[in-house]
Design a protein around this ligand. Structure first.
Ligand code: CTP
Ligand code: ZN
Length: 151
């Protein structure tokens, strides 16, 4: 949709999810870690867009995609400033600010090769001990880590 000779507005989506206010340098991490590359419907990705609040931000619009709890936890860990906007029939039906969960279940791997979660078929579980920089502690082996490895 062209509004004038200088501006091209990114179109609205009919159904799906808009992830707004992503730090500009995290947009492609979000795409990779949420596996958005394998979606079949339209995905619009913008980065280094001007934002009053954040300086430069990224936005992702994923048509016909709605995220589950594990995906939302991953997103909250990568981009805690993001806003998750659910669109149905072109209308905003929900706007959700994210926050880092207190406990992280299943989605992260323990870096300790001897941890029981790496030896047996057990879901991982971590407590968040610090948000900035994000530091988590394994519930099973008590190893703390700042490098988060997603499963
Ligand atoms: N959006 C969309 N498709 C729709 C409706 C909204 O892609 N059918 C997008 C808008 O482009 C915007 C975001 O969803 O990036 C939020 O929409 P809305 O609340 O209408 O916009 P603003 O009021 O500008 O939101 P904010 O001030 O929170 O940025
Ligand atoms: Zn462990």
């Amino acid at each position: 949709m062209t509004t004038n000779n200088k501006e091209l507005i990114v179109k609205k989506i009919e159904n799906g999810t808009v992830i707004d206010h992503i730090p500009a340098d995290k947009v492609f991490d979000v795409v990779r870690i949420l596996g958005l590359i394998s979606l079949e419907d339209e995905v619009l990705i913008g980065t280094n867009l001007e934002s009053k609040k954040y300086g430069r931000k990224g936005i992702i619009k994923a048509t016909n995609k709605f995220f589950d709890c594990e995906e939302i936890d991953k997103l909250a860990i990568i981009a805690p400033t993001a806003t998750l906007i659910t669109i149905k029939n072109y209308e905003v039906v929900e706007k959700k600010s994210l926050s880092i969960p207190k406990e992280i279940h299943k989605i992260v791997k323990c870096i300790n090769p001897n941890c029981v979660t790496n030896v047996e078929e057990i879901d991982t579980q971590f407590n968040v001990v610090s948000e900035e920089p994000l530091t988590i502690q394994c519930h099973y082996c008590e190893k703390t880590m700042t490098n988060i490895n997603f499963k």
